[in-house]
Design a protein around this ligand. Structure first.
Ligand SMILES: [Zn+2]
Length: 250
């Protein structure tokens, strides 16, 4: 069951990182389809559906934990380098192949750890949770591409949603790197005190991306910060580094 996903990660690492001919997101989608095919005999059962919901919530928690992890004092200054890459990507559209490779290898490792953790579970629960996790990973990957690159077409009915995910994602990278750590769902940020928006919890659910359909996040401060970044990227980075505790420079 895990093999199609590992193959998808390996192929995407190869194609995105070394050849650059096949888009990473297309390969991830193929991995998901291969997986769906492999659990077709369990489809549909309530346990699979419940497992899927648990998997979706676990995935949004996973995103939040990863976001918080990189802002531990030990890693924060180094992680700011990555934020600078993201900001440059937003204004230039450059998406280096190294990023594809790093992301693929990281997720392959994460999937191995998760599959070991789920060994004791019965097959239906296991596959349901995997389904939720992988759905979030596949959709989240698409949405990260949407927000990270300068222009990406989305149908008109998704325009408000698009602006909301952009505002939430870029608040972390442009305004306050201790806020909005969980791009997948603001729920965990709200629980742990890192959601700065006054409307937190109004629609909040750990299910990925649901909040962004219902909560309006202000895009204007993000536009101002992006404009300021464009004027002098290095000075912007220096200002962001100054916000990090200089006493913990490792
Ligand atoms: Zn960060």
């Amino acid at each position: 069951m895990i093999i199609p996903i590992l193959v998808a990660c390996a192929v995407s690492a190869y194609s995105g990182g070394l050849v650059g001919g096949i888009p990473y997101d297309v390969v991830m989608m193929h991995g998901l389809l291969l997986y769906l095919q492999s659990v077709a005999d369990l489809w549909p059962t309530p346990v699979l559906g419940l497992g899927c919901l648990i998997g979706l919530c676990l995935a949004s928690l996973e995103r939040f934990c990863i976001g918080r992890f990189f802002h531990l004092p030990r890693f924060e200054r180094k992680h700011e380098e990555y934020h600078q890459i993201l900001r440059m990507r937003k204004v230039t559209g450059n998406f280096s192949s190294k990023d594809h490779l790093t992301e693929s290898v990281t997720y392959a490792m994460l999937f191995v750890v998760l599959s070991i953790a789920m060994i004791p579970l019965e097959r239906q629960w296991k596959e349901g949770i995997w389904l939720g996790l992988l759905l979030e990973h596949a959709i989240g990957q698409q949405l990260r591409l949407v927000v990270q690159l300068p222009y990406r077409y989305l149908p008109e009915f998704l325009h408000a949603f698009h602006q909301n995910i952009e505002a939430y994602y870029w608040h972390h990278v442009l305004i306050d790197s201790h806020a909005c750590c969980g791009f997948s769902s603001p729920f965990w940020d709200s629980c742990f005190g890192s959601n700065p928006f006054p409307q937190r919890f109004r629609w909040s659910t750990p299910l990925p991306f649901v909040d962004f359909f219902f909560i309006r996040y202000d895009w204007e401060p993000i536009r101002e910060q992006l404009a300021s970044f464009r004027v002098d990227p290095d000075a912007f980075k220096t200002r962001m580094l100054e916000k990090i505790d200089p006493a913990v420079d490792i």
